[in-house]
Design a protein around this ligand. Structure first.
Ligand SMILES: C[S@@+](CC[C@H](N)C(=O)[O-])C[C@H]1O[C@@H](n2cnc3c(N)ncnc32)[C@H](O)[C@@H]1O
Length: 379
């Protein structure tokens, strides 16, 4: 097997969480803007695609160099061993981006890179004059930042947030990768109760259950690199077998998701079933402010309405205020809310132990963290 330079791309603000996950899989890594960089072979490509809960994609970096002219871009692209990934039939579209660089015309950069790769392949596959591109897809990206070119190949295909379980979605679903990050930022362990009071289509409880039973998030989907001839035989089977061995379906969990809307509860139930978690999570219709519990040391993670439209604000502020009262006595519980409402703490009636800036898509949000009393076991 060959060692490659691999990149796990990450949403802004989630890099450190992705890096933690990469390290837990056994790979040393470094963090840059929007990416986590590590070394690994083909098995690492399969394992990271299957296991990383918070990364967007896994890419192979084929080259990086400085280029300020099209000639330089062409020549430095042409010397790279593209034939390692692209066969005579592969489809190899080139996408691009350019930031603060002399070569700013993205369509031209894409065309030059494509031409350079074709030249390289022609010199390798001598009999081929014209590449039909009817085979497996090998998407290439040319990214230029301050005249520095990075050439990568995407191994994931659909973004890793697409786990394959979302058959239904509500109006403002949370990305699965962000939901997994929110949970990993808590102190939850599978033996403690877990609650989402605004579950919508069920993303947060479903991701919690996958984490709780150590189920690989990519287990129910395919990846682009599975179709590549260059992947050594049996690699994906090996990675899937490892995932099957590590899954702990017997771990009992106490996870509940509730929502004021019946339709949301139905959606969430269906999505959980699709994820293979039927019966693992309890979903019910409930007004969040009616929450009551005798359990201790639980964790609440919720994505409540934000009141982005001015007209929705008073209602949402009242809701936050009532929530503050409902949850006021749960001193052993740790409570986490993500919202873009800048005065959440004021309405909720309590200052957060810690706040963390996060992006929910393009919306700037804060993750308000209220730490409960430590579990005796943690002392
Ligand atoms: C931003 S969405 C949550 C989306 C969810 N995280 C997902 O991934 O699908 C907010 C949810 O809160 C629900 N909701 C609004 N007011 C509520 C209340 N007072 N009690 C319980 N749920 C409420 C809405 O029905 C909606 O499903």
């Amino acid at each position: 097997m060959t060692k490659y330079k691999l990149i796990a791309t990450a949403a802004m603000g989630l890099e450190a969480i992705v890096a933690d996950e990469v390290r837990k899989l056994g790979y040393e890594c470094t963090v840059d803007n929007g990416k986590v960089i590590f070394e690994g072979d083909e098995l690492a490509v399969a394992r990271t695609n299957l296991w990383l809960r918070t990364a967007d994609r896994i890419k192979i970096q084929l080259g990086e160099f400085k280029a300020t002219t099209f000639d330089e871009l062409f020549e430095k692209t042409k010397v790279l061993p593209w034939e390692q990934f692209i066969t005579k039939d592969s489809e190899f579209p080139v996408s691009g981006k350019s930031i603060k660089s002399t070569l700013y015309s993205v369509p031209d950069c894409q065309a030059i890179v494509k031409k350079a790769i074709v030249e390289r392949l022609k010199s390798q596959y001598r009999a081929v004059e014209w590449f039909q591109e009817t085979g497996a897809k090998v998407p290439i990206e040319v990214a230029i930042r301050k005249d520095f070119v990075t050439l990568t190949i995407d191994t994931s295909g659909a973004g890793l947030h697409k786990r394959g379980y979302r058959v239904q979605q509500g109006a403002a679903p949370l990305k699965e990768t962000l939901a997994a990050a929110l949970i990993q930022l808590t102190n939850w362990t599978p033996d403690r109760p877990f609650v989402d009071l605004f579950c919508g289509s069920g993303t947060i409880p479903i991701e919690a259950a996958l984490i709780g039973q150590n189920i690989a998030p990519g287990f129910n989907r395919d990846f682009l690199a599975e179709e590549w001839e260059i992947m050594p035989a049996g690699i994906w089977e090996k990675a899937r077998e490892e995932a099957e061995d590590l899954a702990n379906y017997d771990q009992s969990l106490q996870i509940t998701g509730s929502d004021i809307q019946h339709s949301a509860v139905e959606m969430a139930t269906q999505n959980a079933q699709e994820a293979g978690l039927a019966g693992v999570i309890q979903f019910k219709q409930m007004q969040a402010t009616d929450f009551k519990t005798r359990d201790m040391y639980g964790v609440i993670v919720s994505n409540p309405p934000y009141g982005e439209r001015i007209s929705d604000r008073p209602g949402v502020e009242k809701l936050y205020q009532q929530l503050g009262q409902t949850l006021a006595d749960l001193d052993t519980w740790s409570i986490y809310f993500i919202t873009s409402h800048e005065e959440f703490e004021k309405h909720f009636g309590k200052k957060a132990t810690k706040k963390r800036k996060l992006f929910n898509g393009f919306i700037r949000t804060d993750y308000y963290q209220y730490w409960g009393k430590r579990h005796p076991r943690e002392d």
